[in-house]
Ligand binder design. Structure first.
Ligand SMILES: Nc1ncnc2c1ncn2[C@@H]1O[C@H](COP(=O)(O)OP(=O)(O)OP(=O)(O)O)[C@@H](O)[C@H]1O
Length: 314
């Protein structure tokens, strides 16, 4: 097997990733796997490391595995987007871990690395779709899980910056930070009207809470925002939540945990390849839980653009 390059964010899960990396390293040494690890030193570094590995190895096939949370994997996906020679892997060691939940990667480190090594050995790589977000005056950003505009981007920002995140992580409740921040922001968020174009067709919505565009089922640490999303179908799943009172949003929110929200008339869903989002007032936009800018944005699916080893898709 070829050498594996690891990009490790020891700060993921408020430092909890250090333990995961210890387990992985022990396994790699026991199995005599050739590897090299790079550790992120600041936000955004994982993307630079992935890009450097892609450039350094030029046309050689390269295995690059992210160890951290969805934010770390998001950076690695973006850093390797221009390098067709890179095959990715992911070992979940974050607070939310939606990618691994949706793509069948075991949450236990030892099992996750075994699955990854087996997949690399047997060359059972799968080609996952990604979404490409375009904003005026900025480089493209890619997402692998989901993107969103409006309330959920504010919640993502609040979750990433919250001092409570480390407290939740300490009690192994990292997933609940999203719920905690959502409840905090629910009573102050100002809704706005939005215009959404899907594959050339225009839809208008009043008093929108958020638009979520998903490549796979989960977001926000285990919520089934797009229960029917398939990450290899060349399509993105849209969810628009609009015209709901604050109280009813809370009610709808509870149903997202089992994917029951689509039954409400104020929840609109649709599938497509090309989407654009415009809003009455500018609202925040996130990609894989990382804030990347504001509306307006355009999104395009990139079918099968991301080769990933060690995953299970149907
Ligand atoms: N050396 C570093 N110091 C501080 N922050 C870093 C460092 N390296 C990476 N980061 C940042 O840490 C943040 C959190 O990482 P990540 O999202 O992977 O973990 P998480 O938030 O615990 O998990 P999840 O996204 O699954 O909830 C990312 O925004 C990343 O840019």
């Amino acid at each position: 097997m070829k050498r594996i390059y690891f990009i490790v964010n020891l700060h993921a899960k408020n430092g909890g990733c250090r333990k995961t990396w210890g387990i992985i390293e022990k396994e790699l040494k026991a199995k005599k796997v050739s590897y090299k690890a790079f550790f992120t030193e600041y936000p955004g570094h994982a993307a630079i490391l992935a890009d450097s590995i892609g450039r350094f190895l030029t046309s050689d096939e390269a295995f690059v595995t992210a160890v951290g949370g969805d934010g770390t994997f998001h950076e690695v996906v973006n850093g390797s987007a221009e390098h067709r020679n890179i095959t990715l892997g992911f070992i979940p060691a974050g607070s939310g871990n939606d990618f691994s939940r949706g793509l069948g990667i075991p949450k236990h480190a030892k099992r996750a690395i075994s699955q990854l090594l087996k997949s690399m050995d047997q060359k059972t790589v799968q080609f996952i779709d990604s979404g490409r977000i375009s904003q005026q005056g900025r480089d493209h950003t890619y997402f692998i899980n989901s993107m969103g505009a409006g309330f959920d981007a504010d919640v993502a920002k609040g979750s990433n910056e919250s001092e409570m995140k480390s407290l939740f992580n300490r009690f192994l409740l990292g997933r609940l930070i999203y719920v905690y921040i959502l409840l905090k922001l629910l009573f102050t968020y100002k809704r706005t009207d939005m215009e959404i174009w899907v594959d050339g067709k225009k839809y208008k919505f009043e008093k929108v809470w958020f638009v979520a565009i998903s490549n796979q089922i989960y977001y926000g640490g285990g919520m089934k925002i797009a229960p029917d999303a398939v990450p290899t179908d060349g399509l993105l799943d849209m969810t628009v939540v609009y015209s709901l009172s604050r109280l009813k949003l809370l009610f709808v929110f509870i149903t997202v945990f089992w994917g029951g929200h689509a039954a409400f008339q104020e929840v609109w869903t649709c599938r497509g390849m090309k989407v654009s989002i415009r809003s009455g007032r500018k609202v925040r936009v996130h990609a894989d839980g990382e804030v990347i800018g504001e509306t307006p944005v355009m999104i395009q699916v990139c079918r099968g653009a991301v080769p990933v080893a060690g995953i299970l898709t149907n």
